[in-house]
Design a protein around this ligand. Structure first.
Ligand SMILES: [Zn+2]
Ligand SMILES: [Zn+2]
Ligand SMILES: [Zn+2]
Length: 346
């Protein structure tokens, strides 16, 4: 069973999950990772052709565990073609699926561990065998966010789960092992360290300033403009002041909102169209596209929080972290967020 292990010196947690080693290591295209064509007219992407060996293509539904959610034609059967978005448990989970009470926290010892229990799901954005988000239509991307919101609503009802991280790995350099565009959702019984740190930092800022740090950041970046990438009715994209990576870009709701799953239908459509435009620009900068998209949202067991503001972080994989980054925990970014934002605005 996968387990969380704790390092008592630097307070770091890792998951030891040997089942992940059985994942297919290669992309599903027999010719390897081809540079995808990004359509210039983004609302009419070409229809992808089903790939015979892709477990996420229609006709291959039996290659995945049975679906837990799908948006599909009314006359189609579960685990058969006819779906538009499909959510399935990850076949090679980093978390064990049986839910159990969280073990009591003990004082840190040399070898602390507990079973890594939770839910690890895959959200297949489209039945079309596409490799990038820019190739999706706005309608497809809206339904994909709809499916994520539905799963978050369902999972927060399970009392033993505390938090969910949703992410996309696009392109081989990002850690993706299957080309067909998809997201992953990992819901855990504890809050993963980076989100815990964000929650702590945001709370400290709120206590000191009586304002949400993210709301203040949005206001400051809108008026200064140098790191602002774009705005829609409900969302803003910016390159954060202390960007870790070249062209790192965050997308945030302009109005304060702590939980992604509280997003209404109209805002989901706005988010899909707006974020797809921003991601399309990042995909053009990274050829072949390689980036991670991460959704940071509030824990399940909280109601609306004044101090935390959900957001999406897009991390292009243009540079590789080296000894300095691994050794210091500090990222050296070769492109200033001011220059990155200027490029992404153009
Ligand atoms: Zn496919
Ligand atoms: Zn806020
Ligand atoms: Zn974050």
């Amino acid at each position: 069973m996968p387990e969380f292990r704790h390092d008592p010196i630097d307070n770091r947690w890792v998951i030891i999950a040997e089942s992940r080693a059985a994942r297919p290591g290669a992309f599903t295209t027999s010719v390897g990772w081809a540079v995808p064509t990004i359509p210039t007219e983004q609302t009419h992407a070409p229809v992808g052709t089903a790939h015979p060996t892709c477990p996420f293509c229609p006709g291959n539904e039996r290659e995945t565990p049975p679906e837990v959610f799908a948006l599909r034609a009314g006359d189609s059967k579960a685990n058969s073609p006819g779906w538009r978005v499909r959510v399935v448990p990850n076949k090679y989970p980093a978390l064990a699926m049986e839910l159990a009470p969280v073990p009591a926290q003990e004082a840190p010892s040399l070898f602390s561990s507990f079973p890594a229990i939770g839910v690890h799901e895959v959200i297949i954005d489209t039945p079309r065998h596409l490799g990038t988000i820019a190739e999706l239509t706005d309608g497809e991307f809206t339904e994909s966010w709809f499916a994520i919101r539905s799963r978050l609503h369902a999972l927060r009802e399970l009392a033993s789960l505390k938090h969910a991280l949703v992410f996309k790995n696009v392109g081989r350099a990002s850690g993706a092992s299957i080309e067909h565009v998809h997201s992953q959702l990992m819901a855990t019984q504890t809050i993963t360290p980076l989100v815990a740190e964000e929650l702590r930092g945001a709370k400290n800022y709120f206590d000191a300033h009586s304002q949400c740090a993210f709301c203040q950041m949005i206001e400051a970046e809108r008026s200064a403009g140098a790191r602002l990438v774009a705005e829609s009715l409900g969302f803003i994209a910016l390159c954060p002041y202390a960007s870790r990576f070249a062209y790192e870009t965050w997308v945030l709701p302009r109005r304060h909102q702590s939980h992604f799953e509280a997003t209404g239908d109209g805002d989901l459509a706005d988010l899909a169209s707006f974020s797809r435009g921003i991601i399309g620009k990042i995909e053009r900068l990274c050829q072949p596209p390689a980036y991670n998209l991460i959704l940071h949202t509030s824990p399940f067991d909280t109601t609306a929080l004044d101090h935390y503001h959900w957001h999406i972080e897009v991390i292009p994989r243009l540079t590789i972290s080296g000894g300095f980054e691994w050794g210091s925990g500090c990222f050296a970014n070769p492109v200033s967020p001011e220059n990155a934002a200027a490029v992404l605005r153009s």
